[in-house]
Write a protein that binds this ligand. Structure first.
Ligand SMILES: Nc1ncnc2c1ncn2[C@@H]1O[C@H](COP(=O)(O)OP(=O)(O)OP(=O)(O)O)[C@@H](O)[C@H]1O
Ligand SMILES: [Mg+2]
Length: 378
């Protein structure tokens, strides 16, 4: 008799409209520039389904569970059936990214191993300033910075221009625009006022590292494996655009800048540089408490010094881009990489892990299926 395949539930949280759905109706010929890349990128649900399919190909039984901002539904699903592993793709709850960590904490409480970082690492890495303090405290290089709670900073702040002004608690480059880089005190104050008007404090003012941008993906534990680096090629950007990755460049296929920045993988870097990068990223992964997979964004200046900009636990897993582009370059197929991530979670399975107390029946609660099977909805 063959052993039953382990079951892995891909758990995510999504409600409301899928912005990317609208892109399917746009004719690229109607844009006022020539798009280089596909406009109709995968929708949110297509992305999650790709992970589910990849897991099936990797040899698991897999299904999707959308929490739909409904904790009773989520808990109800786990009370009826327990998968062997949760593939945790929940990034926010009730639109609040700060609830990403408590969701992982809930998985700890019900005792089902889940992929990716634990609550402490998820919470820490959302706070860029604290993360940088921890990195610096461990001797891991990160650009010099000040964390501000109001839009005032003395002229002699001790930082070297150019500087970048960015919210300390956003991600996906939110709040990073072509105007984020400033070259003197008056423009620093103007930019601080603008950013404080739009985003909650604290705000980071950080030395802008001119040079190469490298994104380093790390896979696994004991020991973590550093995957081939991705470099961003900014050479097609207009001269007046600072060489950085803005929100639009990353997420807006209808914006021309999305089509002007390209990735090169593997980045052309010497062995000595690779060693320097590894000496920074592996400790950064470990001290921030990342697990299974993460992406570390960094810069390298002309002298070859490296600086960590931020640590991204549970990064985007879209096939062929970012983390998965590096994994493919390392010879790992999409299913291979997903399998390695799941195996990381399985290794944490504790014998006699707590039994879920189903609590009161969720029947009758709006949005909770009351059927016998307890199959999650997608
Ligand atoms: N100190 C810096 N020096 C040079 N470039 C920087 C610096 N800080 C930020 N950038 C640029 O801004 C981009 C976004 O910054 P950062 O990675 O900190 O933000 P983010 O919002 O968390 O982005 P994401 O999570 O999508 O990677 C970086 O990829 C880089 O291009
Ligand atoms: Mg980043």
């Amino acid at each position: 008799m063959t052993a039953k395949k382990p079951s892995v539930w891909v758990v995510y949280n999504h409600t409301g409209e899928d912005e990317y759905e609208k892109l399917k109706d746009i004719d690229p010929k109607t844009l006022d520039f020539n798009p280089v890349y596909k406009i109709d990128v995968a929708t949110v649900s297509e992305e999650y389904d790709a992970v589910r399919k990849g897991l099936e190909e990797a040899g698991f039984r897999s299904k999707l569970l959308n929490a739909e901002d409904n904790f009773t539904k989520l808990h109800g699903a786990f009370s009826r059936t327990r998968p062997d592993v949760i593939f945790n793709l929940v990034e926010y709850f009730h639109d609040d990214p700060q609830l990403e960590a408590p969701v992982a904490g809930y998985f700890d409480l019900i005792g089902i191993p889940y992929t990716g970082a634990p609550p402490g690492a998820l919470s820490l890495c959302q706070k860029k300033g604290f993360t940088k303090q921890i990195l610096a405290g461990h001797g891991i290089p990160t650009p010099h910075f000040r964390m501000l709670n109001h839009p005032k900073i003395p002229k002699r702040h001790g930082l070297k221009y150019p500087l970048i002004v960015k919210p300390a608690r956003e991600d996906a480059s939110t709040g990073v625009t072509r105007h984020s880089v400033v070259y003197d005190h008056p423009s620093l104050i103007t930019q601080l006022e603008k950013v404080f008007a739009e985003f909650a404090p604290p705000i980071l003012v950080e030395e802008f590292i001119e040079g190469r941008e490298l994104h380093i993906s790390i896979l696994g534990n004991d020991p973590p494996r550093v995957l081939p680096a991705i470099e961003f090629d900014f050479s097609e950007l207009p001269d007046d655009h600072p060489k950085l990755i803005s929100y639009e460049m990353k997420w807006s296929p209808l914006d021309q800048s999305y089509h002007q920045v390209h990735t090169v993988c593997p980045a052309e870097i010497s062995r000595k540089e690779i060693r320097k990068i590894e000496e920074a990223v592996v400790p950064a992964y470990t001290v921030t408490g990342c697990r299974d997979y993460a992406r570390i964004d960094m810069r390298m200046n002309k002298k070859g010094d490296v600086f960590i900009l931020e640590v991204n636990p549970n990064p985007d897993l879209t096939e062929g881009v970012s983390f998965m582009e590096s994994a493919e370059e390392a010879g790992l197929s999409f299913p291979d990489t997903l399998r390695t991530i799941v195996e990381g979670a399985m290794a944490r399975k504790r014998p006699g892990s707590p039994i879920v107390d189903p609590g009161p029946s969720p029947a009758g609660v709006p949005g909770v299926p009351s059927g016998k099977t307890g199959q999650p909805t997608t």
